[in-house]
Design a protein around this ligand. Sequence first.
Ligand code: PLP
Length: 261
Amino acid sequence: MKGRVLIIAGSDCSGGAGIQADIKSVTALGGYAATAITALTVQNTTGVFDVLGVSPEMIVHQATVTIDDIGADAIKTGMLHSVPVIEAVAEFIKLKCSGIPIVIDPVMVSQSGSRLLQEDAVEALITLMIPLATVLTPNIPEAEVLSGMNISSEGDMIAAAHKIGELGAEAVLIKGGHAEGDKIVDILWRRDGDIEGFEGDRIPSENNHGTGCSLASSIATGLAQDMGLSDAVARARAYVREAIRTAPNYGKGNGPLNHAH
Ligand code: PLP
């Protein structure tokens, strides 16, 4: 049975984002989640209070013993934290993951405003990780950093996706949730020139902590299960939208999603 996803990302002790959101999403969609943890974060719905990076050697060791034994049908990367971690993870993917779809969520800053990727690591993310991506899943602020463009319309999203794609990704999904308006459009750009828009009504909610992590790992699960990219994105969006709509309203801040719907 296919559906094994190796997640290389950071831990969120409060269970809303990071590895915890990834494991819940992969499991809910019928996949098998394995993890190489890149950092421990101390956080809850109100913010990130501390971060302890795991050494690049320990990260690659976790990933290596997992893939050598369990195998993987897709890889998902999230919080990569620093230049040495990016260098080590990129090398691991090149050496051990040939032919396996790679979903890269270019995590930079949490919704509460804390840096999850050190500022000097953005360049390494661009040069070392983006060329490895089967699909890259930036939100609008991340797409602005990666493309160097201001994004204020759907046309801008398409232009930015094209520009980011030229950095080497096979496909780029720019998520529209940070834009204004009642309709949200996610733009999927592919190297062959195909552009697809996924539109939905905005779900009014304060509870969207871990949305990006959940979407990327849901897409990775679909690819691991041999779905085409467009179908994997569509199912991931439907899954995450329902998880936002039925979120339990836990915590004093930006609450977690409901992965048990
Ligand atoms: N914490 C960790 C460990 C993450 O990987 C991420 C996002 O990828 C976040 C927090 C941020 O989640 P949010 O932007 O939903 O606050």
